[in-house]
Design a protein around this ligand. Structure first.
Ligand code: PLP
Length: 403
């Protein structure tokens, strides 16, 4: 008898590590060198762990081999709480949950919330774990459109149109993956107004809040809408470059009395997985209270700026390719003009690119973008490597069309 996967997975997709990666690994095993531009993993491109974080983790690792508190190490949760209180978010240590990365907390937040058929508003394009987590939890992700013509800002009228009596939450990803958009306070207030009018839980994924370019500023959603129950997600993977430590946090703020049952559900799920990686949690205090070395990387002349600029300039020189210049995060999400490129299946397009040029990017539909006319590339490699990669992408795209 065949062992068949659960129907719970029927609509669950995560193309960032999907079949294209399998093909990339097959090519690697056959001896090819593949430049993998699919994941936002700073360590893979030579970014080091800030020394003060490493020092605290190493100092404590010898005594961090036991299970800890399910919500997280108290010192780590206190540091998260104080960080958010300083930013103006009203919360307390009992409402901070540490997880094995933001990823685990996203899944927990959706599992605790959704019954079959409940809906969650999720941006398109999105970081696809959000859509996947909603589906896995029995819900339906209803995508609201972000508008490329308006620097990828959420289309508020579209958000409003998509609310139904099954809608339970709205997801905001700001700064955005994959577009690099950083929302103005007015846009966030507009999203919050919709949440307020329809009693929606606000889930604000702010993992790129410190990766900002060209003087862009980021305001936590929770400070713009303190009257709304808000879950703020953030962690160590990006700004602190330790994605492998699997450490993220979720902060609950706003009026909590009416959400006691939901919060209890979150605690049950936290208890069930016992605790998050303990050694890595010892790095949280140093991360949040120490020198923010990420700032050196995003200021003018910083490595991340230089890389974004190189990739952006070369990509937009390719005939038929346009791109909104990202104001934050670690990606570009260029558009392939359908008048120039005949692409029906964008996963096939990235497979063709992989086989021809040994470069792996992720197709736009992998981010729940509805048309096969975008792809995402990470801007983490050194500028010279990015320049080489983009030149090869241009060579591949020249005359590319599918039968
Ligand atoms: N949220 C967004 C928007 C991301 O881009 C990522 C990772 O790329 C995550 C969450 C997951 O991060 P973590 O490593 O903390 O699980």
């Amino acid at each position: 008898m065949q062992l068949i996967q659960s129907t719970k997975l029927s609509n669950v997709c995560y193309e960032i590590r999907g079949p294209v990666l399998e093909e990339a690994m097959r090519l690697e095993a056959a001896g090819h060198r593949i430049l993998k531009l699919n994941t936002g993993n700073p360590a893979a491109f030579g970014f080091d762990c800030p020394p003060e974080i490493l020092e605290d983790v190493l100092r404590n690792v010898g005594s961090a081999h036991g299970y800890g508190d399910a919500k997280g190490l108290l010192s780590a949760r206190r540091a998260v709480m104080m960080h958010y209180q300083t930013l103006g978010v009203e919360t307390d240590v009992e409402h901070v949950y540490i997880g094995n990365g933001v990823s685990e907390l996203i899944v927990m937040a959706m599992q605790a919330l959704l019954d079959d058929g409940d809906e969650v508003l999720v941006p398109a394009p999105d970081y696809p774990l959000w859509t996947a987590a909603v589906s896995l939890s029995g819900g339906t992700a209803v995508h609201y459109r972000c508008d490329e013509q308006s620097d990828w800002m959420p289309d508020l009228a579209d958000v409003e149109r998509k609310v139904t009596d099954r809608t339970k939450a709205i997801v905001i990803i700001n700064p955005n993956n994959p577009t690099g958009a950083v929302y103005s306070d007015d846009v966030v207030r507009g999203l919050a107004d919709i949440a307020r009018r329809h009693n929606l839980l606000v889930c604000s994924d702010e993992i790129y809040d410190k990766i900002l370019y060209d003087g862009a500023t980021h305001t936590p959603t929770a400070t713009l809408a303190p009257d709304l129950l808000t879950l703020t997600f953030n962690g160590m993977s990006k700004a602190y470059r330790v994605a492998g430590y699997r450490t993220g946090w979720m902060v609950i703020s706003g009026p909590r009395a009416h959400a006691a049952s939901y919060i209890e559900g979150l605690t049950i799920l936290a208890n069930m997985r016992l605790c998050a990686n303990m050694p890595a949690q010892h790095g949280v205090v140093a991360a949040l209270t120490g020198r923010q070395s990420i700032n050196d990387l995003v200021l003018p002349g910083g490595r991340l700026v230089e890389q974004r600029d190189t990739a952006y300039e070369l990509l937009t020189q390719i005939p038929g390719v346009t791109c909104v210049k990202p104001k934050g995060a670690l990606y570009l999400f260029p558009r392939l003009d359908p008048k120039v490129f005949k692409i029906k299946d964008d996963r096939q397009m990235v497979l063709d690119l992989l086989r021809a040029e040994k470069i792996m990017v992720v197709q736009g539909t992998g981010f729940n973008w509805p048309e096969p006319d975008h792809f995402r590339i990470v801007t983490l490699p050194q500028a010279s490597d990015l320049a080489d990669a983009v030149t090869r992408i241009g060579r591949f795209l020249d005359g590319y069309s599918q039968p």
